[in-house]
Design a binder for this molecule. Structure first.
Ligand SMILES: N=c1c2ncn([C@@H]3O[C@H](COP(=O)(O)OP(=O)(O)OP(=O)(O)O)[C@@H](O)[C@H]3O)c2ncn1[C@@H]1O[C@H](COP(=O)(O)O)[C@@H](O)[C@H]1O
Length: 94
């Protein structure tokens, strides 16, 4: 059974293939800045996560963490990588 990360990654890969006009995800794959668009988002959201952690704002920590994970999955898809590449790397560390 797929978990939420598998489902999200599958949707991201679908957006990469089909590039719907109204999709934010698709816009990241076609952005004039190329991969820098997603890299900049990861940088911004990491800063926002740090601020949320400093404020001990649990709701905001969860929100910014989700933004980071989403953009990280977009980056993996952009690099033609799989979610299993991340899983394997984590599993090897156990
Ligand atoms: N999980 C996400 C997701 N997380 C974050 N984002 C977008 O990432 C952007 C974050 O940038 P910003 O932080 O600048 O946006 P913001 O609204 O100002 O956010 P904050 O300042 O509040 O952090 C926003 O436009 C969000 O909508 C996401 N956009 C899409 N998805 C999922 O991706 C899938 C495909 O959706 P489409 O992109 O609509 O096709 C769907 O399952 C969506 O749920």
């Amino acid at each position: 059974m797929n978990d939420v990360l598998d489902d999200l990654f599958n949707i991201i890969e679908d957006r990469k293939e089909t590039l719907p006009e109204d999709s934010y995800t698709a816009s990241l794959f076609t952005h004039e800045k190329g991969q820098n668009a997603v890299l900049e988002k990861l940088g911004e959201e990491t800063t926002e996560l740090v601020l949320a952690a400093k404020d001990n704002d649990h709701e905001e920590i969860a929100h910014e963490s989700a933004d980071i994970v989403y953009h990280l999955l977009v980056l993996l898809a952009m690099k033609d990588m799989e979610l299993d590449d991340l899983r394997s790397e984590l599993a090897e560390r156990r």
